[in-house]
Design a protein around this ligand. Structure first.
Ligand SMILES: [Zn+2]
Length: 309
């Protein structure tokens, strides 16, 4: 913990786990100024919502103006985000990965626009600092050996996701072979309300993906606690009954975890995407909370995380 004060001595930010958080709960980092946090895409008026044609025409006129201003602001945010530069070469990205004990799979740096790594790496640095246990973790496998989940970054040719969390972080080659294209898609999802905005930067999406990792870590931890994945009960239990009871406890704790998570689904600030399934609900809540989102969804998620992480 540490902090900063304004001229009158009032605290303006505090430092928690290496991350600066403003009094209003927003994160302070190098790129909050590239954010689309205050931007929402205007909604096209529907004829059926207007009694007479004149009102409808006025609404359409207003919509055009709002859309025009939205597009300008959107472009400005994209240009600013493109201006953030951390690495100057592939080698620098590889050195970062080595230092962080992260594996970038072969070909990833050839398929993905290297500019994407500027912000991806910054967001991951933050995640690894705040939630180090979920980065590289191990759990007991069926045969009793330890399974190592080491953090990988790879390229994925499946065009249906911008990013996914298989093995760590998967980046879509379709969207991110050109960083600007990927960034535009990412910002669009936030400003249309499909995904939560968090701090309105690409980092929110990277935090979302890391959320999947944290979710897996918590579930693995619960199963591990009861040696759920270990098939040979002799190894940890003195009787078959004791083993069966442990399996039951593991399942019921996992159910309690999911029930607690699902209770967050309809809170103010949740997104369309967070309501697709429990895994996305977790990732969206995690992204909102860790991005400093002060919505009810973000705040309650923080308490939920404290109970289970
Ligand atoms: Zn997800």
């Amino acid at each position: 913990m540490g902090g900063g004060r304004d001229k009158t001595g009032v605290a303006i930010y505090r430092r928690v786990n290496g991350v600066y958080i403003r009094r209003d709960g927003k994160l302070i980092n190098h790129h909050t100024k590239y954010s689309v946090i205050n931007l929402s895409r205007p909604v096209r008026p529907k004829r059926g919502d207007y009694a007479d044609l004149e009102e409808y025409d006025q609404a359409k006129e207003l919509y055009k103006k709002q859309l025009d201003s939205y597009n300008k602001e959107f472009d400005r945010a994209v240009q600013k985000a493109l201006g953030y530069k951390r690495f100057n070469s592939k080698e620098e990205i590889e050195n970062w990965a080595k230092k962080q004990d992260v594996i970038i799979t072969p070909d990833t740096l050839n398929k993905i626009d290297n500019r994407a790594f500027n912000e991806i790496s910054t967001a991951l640095d933050e995640m690894f600092t705040r939630f180090p246990e979920a980065k590289n973790f191990s759990f007991e496998d069926e045969d009793g050996t330890l399974f190592q989940a080491q953090y990988h970054i790879s390229a994925n040719d499946d065009p249906s996701f911008l990013f996914s969390a298989m093995g760590g972080l998967e980046i879509s080659t379709k969207n991110y072979s050109n960083f600007e294209d990927g960034l535009r898609d990412d910002f669009s999802q936030m400003t249309t309300g499909f995904t939560i905005k968090g701090d309105g930067t690409l980092s929110t999406t990277i935090r979302h993906e890391y959320g999947h990792r944290v979710d897996s870590y918590i579930q693995a931890k619960i199963l591990d606690k009861y040696h759920y994945n270990v098939l040979d009960w002799h190894k940890n239990f003195s009787s078959l009954n004791e083993w069966k009871n442990a399996q039951k406890k593991a399942m019921s704790e996992l159910k309690a975890y999911e029930k607690d998570l699902i209770s967050l689904a309809k809170l103010q600030g949740s997104s369309e995407y967070s309501n697709t399934c429990p895994a996305e609900l977790f990732a969206e809540g995690f992204a909102e909370y860790t991005s400093g989102g002060r919505t009810e969804f973000g705040r309650k998620f923080g308490q939920f995380l404290e109970r289970w992480y």
